[in-house]
Design a protein around this ligand. Sequence first.
Ligand code: FAD
Ligand code: NDP
Length: 427
Amino acid sequence: MGRAFVYVILGGGVAAGYAALEFVNRGLSNGQLCIISQEPVAPYERPALSKGFLLPQAPARLPSFHTCVGANEERLTPKWYKEHGIELILGTAVKSADVKRRTLLTATGETIIYKILIVGTGARALKLEEFGVTGSDAENVSYLRDIADANRLVDAMQSSPGGNAVVIGGGYIGMECAASLVINKINVTMVFPEPHCMARLLTPKIATYYEEYYKSKGVDFIKGTVLQSLDFDSNGKVTAVNLRDGRKISVDMVVVGIGIRPNTGLFEGQLTLEKGGIKVNGKLQSSNSSVYAIGDVAAFPVKLFGEIRRLEHVDAARKSARHAVAAIMDGDKTGEFDYLPFFYSRVFTLSWQFYGDNVGEVVYYGDMSSGEAFGAYWVSKGQLVGAFLEGGTKEEYEAIAKTTRLRPGIEDLGELERHGLGFAVTV
Ligand code: FAD
Ligand code: NDP
């Protein structure tokens, strides 16, 4: 026999922290909840790792960014969990799960029994090895998923003052880390296969704006090619990267952000999977009624789009966590999760938000060259379905969020263009 809990959260990331707060707000009793995490620290706001954590002056360090400060809520320190009778089992990986027997087996050999399991195992960073390149264990190669990775990246930056970094990948990690490297006075070359950065979200026109801004900060872009191999010195440090197009770039450090894979391994063959994650219903409940999934690992129905999506963003992690706990504690009173996808980023002095879906025709507004707010709407099948805004005010961001949720009918794209941001503000 092992320890038994009414509720167990597997994973101690963003979603776990917000779920814990929701449990407490809804009257959790002492000893009912346990959180098991392979990370050695209590849940924290992961977005800080590519932003405040990497600043050269007064960088953010724990305990300052434990959840749930990112949503302007209470900061849940280890003391908070103790005071609320929540068992935090840290630095402990779960090695296997048996959903029929409702048990988890930890790497320390302990069996944990649950009535309800909430899976919040998040995702792991894809490794270069998965693309046929070896050597990513070198001390000057960094990934960025957890605190250990972030500390390693900080060490690499501090060992390379004024040096050269190559950033592999033009997605979120690549763009945010490149900005942080520049702020740390490191020369940056970004390498990615697409014709422009953030290709899955941004249009070429918007992406060009950000690339030009990065270029003005000294960042070089090498697009349309990928890493072929790494060169090492006799100490095993990477000295150069070789690209498939034949170029060789000397480096002091390499940062890799080439995507993630959800951590579903424990449940393969036991739960229904979809879109690379654990398929759940509108109550975040999986194909086994005792198991819920939240955050990056959950593939849930997005009512607005009428389809199952898996979203790898912090707002979805926070809100799916809260909804799952509401559904667990309040049963029938809790309706279906009705989520409006929301992504954002902040780099240098730039800041953007995106709501909804980026499908259909694009209508731009604002003047990108003026240094003032600009953005775009996406219109699909006669409805406004997505909105992007750079440099907006709080009220303007709220307006594009509200408008996107309403999905207003758009008959005349020209008129929408003429109204621009004013359209959202007056809807
Ligand atoms: P995670 O926060 O990844 O937590 C998963 C937890 O499960 C981890 O603690 C992990 O160690 C643990 N775990 C996994 N497997 C096991 C196991 N077998 N046993 C025990 N524990 C296990 N999103 C935004 O919207 N905006 C941003 O600005 C932003 N910035 C980001 C910056 C960085 C550097 C990163 C990495 C992500 C960023 N994201 C951002 C994405 C956001 O952080 C994630 O969507 C969010 O963390 C997902 O929460 P989660 O709880 O599902 O997973
Ligand atoms: P992304 O999926 O955002 O981007 C990965 C990028 O790497 C894509 O441009 C991808 O191209 C490219 N790529 C893939 N394979 C290679 C290769 N072999 N060589 C070079 N480039 C390659 O993932 P990230 O790693 O940037 O981010 C990881 C996670 O962290 C994501 O879940 C993200 O949402 C999250 N995150 C979110 C932030 C935010 O919301 N502000 C900030 C930081 C992280 P292709 O598209 O062709 O596959």
